[in-house]
Design a protein around this ligand. Structure first.
Ligand code: ZN
Length: 464
């Protein structure tokens, strides 16, 4: 399996630290608001990678942090007339609702909160200070980037860019503009913790380094996040962690591209974002997940009503094949597993794995699923043996499970008789026997089932 490593700017074979085990960390949300569609991309993509590792028999330790102390939280808490702690609790709850809607393996995810690791952060900063990598100026502690020879190795920025790109709060106190804050001195009314440098709170970058070390150890396999985090956040995580331990921090750095709206990056600062919650009012979040996995994760994708509608229709096509298979499974006769079908399915699955092995090319993996659907639609009918149908549905769902889609069970309240009529009507339409199709549509209506023919297949709903 190859992964594109931002650190080396090339695709590399994935070799885990411990055979068949993966330690993986994805930078998580700052919990002061609902997440937007751009935030959903790393959430979905790296969950898909985790699912693929599991599919290949790896044991995955998967960590996504919550940044629950930060300027943004402090300001929003004032705005909402609440405490930082309550605000964080609220948006952690909302985040978990959204990511469950996106079919993320929430129950297999470790979600540490920054404020539960303050003690570890203080120890970490203290050790950096003792080693000469940090300096204290009147209660603010900074990391000394000039002590790091390879500072900038991830983002490949030259020293001038590192300085001009550093956070704008350029502050005369710092020895060098690219130095960054590890510990911030208390300001009146802000949450604070006692430390050797007086009361204060941690800077943002130190949080991830400490949670990673506390939970996963000095070196991890994969560190992932949005490409906008490469600099300064990830660069600074590397600097401080490697300064402390003298060991490589993460062997593979994975970054996803941005989601654009009208050719501009979707972001809170541009105010062109849609929250996942907004989207969920109009569409099933499975459609958003499918939209995200339909593109290659490192390329930008465009979000619009049209692209979401396309995703909705395509997903429905995949569901239609699943429904067809389930219906055939119920009524078809037993017999031998058809060898030609088996070989065809093996080749679809091998295409799927090849795509996923090539730097998680989910776009091509989705194509393999469509090829399977097309094959089922063209060649499967009442004469296909139950064994062949079962083998196909297993293969189909193995692939769908990696992508985290097609997990919904169709409305169980539709009786078998109704399903059979629906199937007959599909056949009638395929044979262009529209008179029969209309007759069957009326039969379904009499049973309280309304059907709608879309460009991409049939949808039904129950009516009273
Ligand atoms: Zn981080």
């Amino acid at each position: 399996m190859k992964l594109y490593n931002t650190l080396t700017r090339q695709k590399e074979d994935f070799i885990p630290l411990i055979p068949k085990k993966v330690k993986m960390y994805v930078c998580g949300p700052t919990v002061y608001n609902y997440i937007h569609v751009g935030n959903a991309r790393p959430v979905v993509i790296f969950d898909t990678l985790r699912r693929y590792f599991k599919y290949k028999g790896f044991e995955v330790t998967y960590v996504v942090n919550f940044t629950d102390i930060d300027d943004k939280l402090i300001n929003k808490a004032i705005e909402e007339n609440t405490t930082v702690k309550e605000l964080a609790e609220k948006y952690i709850r909302e985040y978990l609702i959204d990511v469950r809607g996106l079919n993320i393996l929430v129950d297999e995810t470790i979600n540490p909160r920054a404020t539960d690791h303050i003690g570890g952060m203080i120890k970490f900063i203290k050790a950096l200070e003792e080693k000469g990598f940090a300096y204290n100026i009147d209660g603010n502690v900074y990391f000394d980037t000039t002590k790091i020879k390879d500072y900038g190795k991830l983002s490949k920025k030259n020293p001038d860019e590192l300085i001009s790109g550093a956070r704008v709060d350029i502050n005369d106190e710092k020895r060098s503009p690219s130095d960054f804050v590890l510990w911030k001195k208390e300001k009146p009314g802000e949450p604070s913790w006692g430390s050797p440098w007086g009361k204060g709170r941690p800077g943002w970058h130190i949080e991830c380094s400490v949670m990673i070390r506390d939970i996963l150890g000095d070196t991890i396999d994969i560190h992932a996040g949005g490409e906008d985090l490469q600099f300064p956040h990830h660069e600074n995580e590397i600097a401080q962690s490697e300064a402390l331990t003298g060991k490589p921090f993460a062997n593979y750095w994975l970054h996803n591209g941005m989601i654009n709206v009208n050719d501009e990056k979707m972001s809170k600062s541009l105010n062109n974002f849609f929250t996942v919650r907004d989207v969920s009012q109009e569409y099933d979040l499975e459609i958003l997940r499918f939209f995200i996995v339909s593109g290659h994760y490192r390329k930008p994708i465009s979000y619009s009503r049209e692209t979401i509608h396309q995703a909705e229709a395509s997903l429905q096509r995949l569901y239609n094949s699943k429904i067809k298979l389930q219906s055939l499974l119920e009524k078809n006769p037993s017999g031998k597993l058809d060898d030609a079908a088996r070989m065809k399915l093996v080749s679809f699955k091998s295409d799927f794995e090849k795509a996923m092995d090539d730097d998680i090319n989910t776009a091509d993996a989705v194509t393999a699923l469509f090829e399977t659907a097309k094959y089922v639609n063209s060649y499967f009918d009442e004469s296909t043996t139950k064994e062949t149908v079962q083998y196909t549905i297993d293969t189909y769902m193995d692939m769908a499970n990696v992508l985290g889609i097609l997990y919904k069970v169709p409305d169980e309240e539709i009786s078998d008789v109704a399903k059979q009529i629906l199937e007959k009507r599909n056949e009638a339409r395929t044979n262009k026997d529209f008179r029969l199709a209309d007759e069957l549509r009326n039969q379904l209506l009499d049973m309280g089932i309304e059907i709608e023919d879309t460009r991409d297949g049939v949808k039904w709903k129950k009516i009273n």
